[in-house]
Design a protein around this ligand. Structure first.
Ligand code: 5AD
Ligand code: SF4
Length: 474
């Protein structure tokens, strides 16, 4: 059964379809559409939904930014993503003059900030549509409006600052036939002092377990082997829900177990865990289910208690070390990865030493290291003791060399083992090789045929090369 919102959007897709058909007649070919994603897994999943709607409306999906309908799905978590967008927009503007039927939309986290929508309005007037993260599911209506002749040449802006409704059953076009992300919750309530996400993605909302399990079952029926459960903080799944709905929800470990027990699902991943809330139950559920990936991404952000406090992270280094030791003890084959920020306001070389010390102790399989970037509107942007770029860069370089050494050692430690890999694709540089992903998230290249893509294969890990292996089927 569709709810009212879903019904309205399905009708909008039909109207858009008629307009796309007319365009197709005048162009003498099927119009093309392209969705370019910046940023995280959450955005990648949103892009699949947008592409699904465009496809349903009659567009041919391509990777080419010369498409007749182009969407930039933006990210604003770190500064360089902003810069990349505006560079790209400039180039599209001049191309659009020559082919006026082309449409350009910009959506995603950046568009939830007025400073960016204003900049587009003033400096990039050729953009046709701006929408945010909260009303993504109304894209069919927006698409229909943009394609309407009466809106020709006007910029439609539809950005909401509140998010309540969730339309669940709209089309989506998976980038991979055999794996898919599944949103289990939206938004974030943690307000880490450096982070823009709570402001641009809104309050934390959990999807109902039955909706999630139904989606996972549908994916499995459709041949999907691996799902990744997505949320900014999956460990708080189902906690902040209205009192009267409490009995409809389960906690994250229970949900994860049910997803893993769905027939046909060969592997389950999840992103992201918060070190403050990671429970013993979660560790046990992973331990008991061989098809839950041996990989936990657990953002550390800093190893210094002073900095963690100012970041409003809600844990200290001792808690972080305690949790990771417990994971090591209970699930010895689990790989740990992390995110670390260097150059947070007030950070001194001795704080970086503390962070490096945690990296040495935990021995991450990989760590994503970021230079702090000041996001307007976040508390940390107002802190008086911002760190000079050169100082931050020195700390960053120091950390990176340790991270890379340990990652290389951790990869090498598994050489000689036989593990199961999900073949994800043909290697672009060496067409005789397939690229497979191991349970612990590392990649292995091995001789194989394109027909094996999407299958689980057992592979020997013969040689380690930095972050990947060369192997063969056994
Ligand atoms: N500056 C630098 N890195 C940031 N991240 C989030 N906000 C910022 C910021 N303002 C990093 C965090 C987070 C990852 C997705 O991006 O490490 O875990
Ligand atoms: Fe941002 Fe913190 Fe929420 Fe992660 S947990 S999205 S870092 S506010």
């Amino acid at each position: 059964m569709r709810n009212l919102e879903e019904q309205r959007e399905y009708e909008a897709i039909q109207r858009a379809e008629e307009k796309v058909r007319a365009l197709s007649v005048s162009l003498g070919r099927k119009p093309t559409a392209c969705v370019v994603t910046f940023g995280c897994q959450m955005n990648a999943r949103d892009s699949e939904k947008l592409a699904g709607i465009l496809e349903e409306a009659g567009y041919e999906i391509t990777d080419s930014e010369e498409a007749d309908f182009l969407i930039y799905n933006t990210c604003t978590v770190r500064e360089n993503a902003d810069k990349r967008l505006f560079g790209r927009l400039g180039a599209v503007g001049s191309a659009k003059k020559k082919s006026p039927w082309r449409k350009l939309a910009v959506c995603g986290c950046m568009m939830q900030e007025e400073i960016h929508t204003e900049k587009i309005r003033k400096s990039y007037p050729f953009v046709d549509l701006i929408f945010g993260t909260h009303n993504l599911y109304t894209f069919p209506s927006l698409l229909d409006a943009v394609l309407s002749p009466e809106n020709e040449g006007t910029l439609l802006i539809d950005v909401w600052d509140k998010a309540d409704a969730m339309a669940e059953r709209l089309p989506s076009r998976r980038k991979y036939a055999f794996k898919s992300g599944v949103n289990i919750m939206f938004g974030c309530d943690n307000f880490c002092s450096y982070c823009i996400v709570p402001y641009v993605r809104g309050r934390e909302r959990s999807r109902r377990p039955e909706e999630i399990l139904e989606e996972v079952k549908r994916l499995a029926d459709d041949g999907v082997k691996e799902v990744m459960l997505l949320g900014q903080n999956v460990n708080s799944y189902g906690i902040k829900v209205p009192e009267e709905e409490r009995s409809c929800f389960v906690d994250f470990p229970t949900l994860l177990a049910r997803v893993a027990e769905t027939p046909g699902i060969g592997r389950v991943r999840f992103m992201t865990s918060h070190p403050r809330d990671l429970s013993d139950e979660l560790i046990e559920v992973i331990r008991e289910h061989g098809n839950i990936a041996r990989h936990i991404h657990l953002p550390l952000q800093s190893g210094s208690d002073r900095i963690l406090k100012r970041m409003n992270r809600g844990y200290d280094r001792e808690r972080y070390l305690f949790v990771t030791e417990k994971i090591r003890e209970r699930i010895p084959d689990a790989a740990l990865t992390t995110d670390i920020i260097i150059g947070f306001p007030g950070e001194e070389p001795s704080d970086v030493d503390q962070t490096i010390d945690v990296v040495e102790r935990v021995r991450f399989q990989n760590a994503f290291t970021f230079l702090y970037s000041r996001r307007t509107g976040t508390p940390a942007a107002g802190f008086p003791d911002q760190v000079a770029h050169d100082t931050a860069q020195q700390g960053f370089d120091r950390l990176l060399s340790v991270v890379q050494r340990i990652a290389g050692e951790e990869t090498a430690a598994h050489v000689g083992e036989v593990q199961e890999a999900l073949a994800e694709g043909v290697n672009e540089d060496h067409p005789g090789l397939l690229t497979g992903r191991l349970s612990n998230n590392l990649l292995v290249h091995f001789p194989g045929e394109a027909a094996e893509v999407g299958q689980f294969v057992r592979v020997s890990l013969d040689e380690a090369h930095g972050f990947y292996y060369i192997g063969k089927r056994v």
